[in-house]
Design a protein. Structure first.
Length: 467
């Protein structure tokens, strides 16, 4: 195989996958838009302009949500893939599927259709409440701006500039209304009917299968199967569908959605070693595991768990344990995600996995994200285990990338540098950075040509293909 560049971590799932999850995610993003501080009335001219700046920043957040929705609303993975290809020309990609069906309060979601519908309704109500509040806020601020516009803005060129900014706000808002209407709007039931138990997961797999079976893409696309140990018969499914000549080339693990990395289905037990990691180790199947303290996390307030978890600064073992979280994902946002990530996904939990399966090809994705402590743990693990890798996906902040280069990458010995891979986290990353061209160019600017080749060609080829 000639040496092509590789994006080791991206997502191509479409609307069906996300339907209700999109709503929860939107809720999280929208609560982050804050216009309530802006009170033009009390302002002098200087503050009036400053408020316009804040207004613009907040509207940028909305326009990112719009961008994400526009891509995510496409019904097929191929469409999303083509968008990615416009930037990552000729790259080989490893699209990771995502099983989010167990991400929600099991109490509310399992069981009867009635209960599922009830849950959907609650989510919708929540979304609508937040959107109504946001609408009112925008209206007030806009009204204020109009009222004081003539008072504060006298020069013609300033007027034109301000007008064009206001025009931009209007368009963003209009687009957002249209997109969110499409999601939850007029046809109340379209949202619920998009979701049948398991439909999102299997329709996602179906689309990936179509892509992989297309002659055009066969040697460009190497999908990873999302494995949630709570899904019935998942081990059998893995054995049947993951391998060198199968649709799926690797396995994806996302523990913060509500399970331990050493769940018995994945890790085996004292008397039974027939498990996902064993199968992957024996057959040299690469695994990518989410490993940052951001991203998705289970919405449940309590989960039943068996395996290792990280609590009170140490790894502890629990069996059939009812774990109660302190924070609520919808109410507390980031704090709740961090809480779940730490308990279920701390890098030291993965050390347990490596101790038992030392030859496993494992990618601890996102290189710890924003968390330097996790990053250091990952470095330590990489120095202990030959086949332990990490990827730089989702690192859209150029400053963070520079910090990682200076404080970590540059100081690493060669054998560890050889295990750091480029990843995009497309199209999830477009929520945070809607200019994907910029995302890739950050990497080209921050890393030398030689290092860029290393992280996009040599290292991921080893992780993906080396036998
Ligand atoms: Zn990802």
């Amino acid at each position: 195989m000639d040496k092509k560049r590789i994006d080791i971590h991206c997502h191509l799932f479409s609307k069906q996958t996300l339907s209700r999850k999109v709503v929860s995610l939107l809720i999280k993003q929208l609560t982050d838009v804050s216009l309530s501080e802006i009170k033009v009335k009390k302002a002098g001219r200087k503050i009036f302009y400053k408020n316009l700046d804040v207004f613009e920043e907040e509207f940028d957040k909305i326009s990112k949500i719009n961008y994400f929705l526009k891509i995510g609303f496409n019904n097929d993975s191929e469409h999303i893939y083509k968008k990615l290809q416009q930037v990552e020309k000729n790259y080989i990609i490893a699209p990771l599927t995502l099983d989010l069906d167990f991400c929600f309060d099991e109490d509310k979601i399992s069981g009867t259709l009635d209960r599922i519908q009830k849950y959907d309704e609650n989510l919708l109500t929540e979304f609508k409440t937040i959107k109504t509040a946001l609408d009112a806020n925008i209206k007030n601020v806009t009204f204020d701006i109009k009222q004081y516009y003539n008072l504060y803005i006298k020069q013609k060129n300033k007027k034109e500039l301000t007008n064009s900014r206001i025009e931009k706000f209007k368009n963003t808002k209009k687009e957002f209304d249209e997109l969110s209407d499409k999601l939850v709007g007029e046809k109340r039931n379209s949202f619920a009917s998009n979701y049948k138990a398991d439909a999102s997961f299997y329709s996602q797999l179906e689309q990936i299968k179509q892509l992989k079976q297309d002659d055009k893409y066969q040697d460009k696309v190497f999908p990873f199967l999302s494995v949630d140990p709570r899904r019935e018969n998942i081990l059998q499914f893995v054995k049947k569908n993951v391998g060198k000549d199968k649709i799926f080339y690797g396995v994806k693990i996302y523990a913060p959605t509500g399970y331990s990395p050493t769940d018995p289905v994945l890790f085996g037990t004292d008397n039974n070693n027939d498990c996902v990691y064993k199968f992957c180790e024996d057959n040299r199947i690469p695994i990518t595991a989410h490993c940052s303290d951001a991203g998705f996390a289970t919405f449940a307030e309590n989960i039943n768990i068996t395996g290792e978890i990280y609590r009170f600064k140490e790894v502890i073992r629990v069996d059939d344990f009812q774990l109660y979280f302190k924070f609520n994902v919808i109410k507390d946002g980031v704090k709740a995600v961090e809480e779940r990530a730490e308990i279920l996904n701390h890098p030291l939990l993965w050390e347990k996995v490596m101790q038992k399966f030392p030859n496993l090809y494992l990618n601890l994705a996102h290189y710890g994200g924003k968390n330097d402590e996790w990053r250091q743990h990952i470095v330590n693990l990489m120095s202990k285990y030959n086949n332990l890798y990490t990827d730089l996906s989702g690192l859209y902040s150029k400053d963070l990338l520079i910090k990682i280069r200076n404080k970590f990458f540059k100081k690493l010995p060669k054998n560890i540098k050889n295990k750091i891979m480029y990843g995009s986290d497309y199209y999830i990353v477009t929520i945070f950075e809607d200019d994907f061209e910029k995302y890739l160019s950050n990497f080209k600017k921050v890393f030398s040509r030689r290092d860029f080749d290393k992280i996009t060609i040599d290292n991921p080829s080893r992780f993906l293909f080396e036998r």
